[in-house]
Design a protein around this ligand. Structure first.
Ligand code: HEC
Length: 159
């Protein structure tokens, strides 16, 4: 591709990019239940990889630094994903199928966001602990991360 045509194609891309950045979260999902499915999928995977680390901490699976680092990195990526998938109108009872999101997520949204931030901060610590290669550090950081999961579930997830 020559410089001229590259310049033209970039020019063509910019309005599309600006539009996608300006689009509200809901527009990323065709239907409210798609948002629910998206967030539940990310949370399910997060739970699965937390479970793998828990098995190591409990001694059910031998400690292997490489696996621990990889699982922590996956949790880190996943931990940023669910929060964009809580558009208004997607609380429990408003969508078909399983949905455990309490309405308080939207009436106390700052508190919800702060709970998500705390979890992401704990996950950053979890990654540091994983990279240290020290099983004791992993145990502490995993416990602290689980506490942040529970804290949000206690307030914002249907029992
Ligand atoms: C900021 C709040 C918040 C934090 C932090 C949080 N969760 Fe959740 N979680 C929720 C909500 C709300 C639901 C219910 C979502 C729904 O049903 O749409 C949920 C549901 C789940 C589910 C069930 C998904 C499904 O398929 O129904 C799992 C598993 C889960 N969370 C795991 C975790 C783990 C593991 C962590 C910590 C690493 C965590 N969550 C942190 C709010 C949170």
């Amino acid at each position: 591709m020559n410089t001229q045509s590259l310049r033209i194609s970039i020019k063509a891309l910019i309005p599309a990019l600006a539009l996608s950045l300006a689009t509200p979260a809901m527009a990323q999902f065709a239907k409210p239940e798609d948002a629910v499915k998206y967030r539940q999928s990310a949370l399910t995977l997060m739970g699965a990889h937390m479970g793998r680390l828990a098995a190591v901490v409990k001694g059910e699976v031998p400690y292997n630094k490489e696996d621990v680092v990889r699982n922590a990195a996956i949790i880190s990526t996943l931990s940023s994903m669910p929060w964009q998938a809580f558009p208004a109108g997607t609380e429990s009872g408003k969508t078909p199928g399983k949905n455990d999101a309490l309405p308080v997520i939207w009436t106390e949204n700052a508190k919800f966001k702060s709970a998500a931030d705390k979890m992401q901060a704990a996950v950053a610590e979890l990654n540091t602990a994983a990279q240290s290669g020290n099983p004791e550090n992993l145990k502490k950081a995993l416990g602290a991360t689980s506490q942040t999961c529970k804290a949000c579930h206690d307030d914002f997830r249907k029992k």
